[in-house]
Design a protein around this ligand. Structure first.
Ligand code: ZN
Length: 134
C-alpha cells in the first residue's frame, strides 16, 4: 500500500494546528480582538483585521455541510479505499473543515448529520481530524 500523504504545514499557523492534532487535540485559532474563529489558520482576522490571536480547544462537534463521493482515478495512496466520502464539516464554532467520516458507508452520507471529531492515526505517525456520526 502506498504511504498516506502527510500534512505539510507551510507556515507557523498551520504548524500550530497540526502540532495540536498530533497530540490528540482539535484546536482552533480565534481572534483575540473580536473572538471570531478562523480556519484554515492564518495571520489576520478576516472580520476585523487584527493580527493577535489565541488557540482554543474546539468542542469537536458540528454537522456535515456537504459531501462528495470519490471514485478512481485518484492518488495511489487512496485507490484501495475508493469509493469513499469527502465531507465538508461545519464545526459548531462556525468554521469549515474538509475531512472524512469514519464508520459511515458512502451510501449513507447525508448533509445535516451531527458529527464529533475522531482524531485518527491514518498511517504511522500521521494523525488527521476525522469525524464520526453522533
Ligand atoms: Zn477579529
Amino acid at each position: 500500500m502506498t504511504a498516506h500523504p502527510h500534512p505539510a504545514p507551510n507556515n507557523e499557523w498551520d504548524g500550530r494546528f497540526w502540532q495540536a492534532i498530533a497530540h490528540g487535540r482539535l484546536e482552533l485559532q480565534r481572534c483575540a480582538e473580536c473572538g471570531t474563529f478562523r480556519h484554515p489558520p492564518g495571520p489576520v482576522c478576516a472580520r476585523c483585521g487584527a493580527t493577535s490571536s489565541e488557540w482554543v480547544e474546539s468542542a469537536g462537534t458540528g454537522e456535515v455541510w456537504s459531501y462528495t463521493v470519490i471514485h478512481p482515478p485518484t492518488l495511489p495512496a487512496f485507490r484501495e479505499r475508493t469509493p469513499y466520502g469527502a465531507v465538508v464539516i461545519r464545526l459548531d464554532e462556525g468554521v469549515f473543515m474538509v475531512s472524512n467520516l469514519v464508520d459511515t458507508p458512502v451510501e449513507q452520507l447525508a448533509t445535516g448529520v451531527r458529527v464529533t471529531v475522531a482524531i485518527s492515526e491514518v498511517d504511522d505517525g500521521v494523525y488527521l481530524p476525522l469525524f464520526r456520526e453522533g
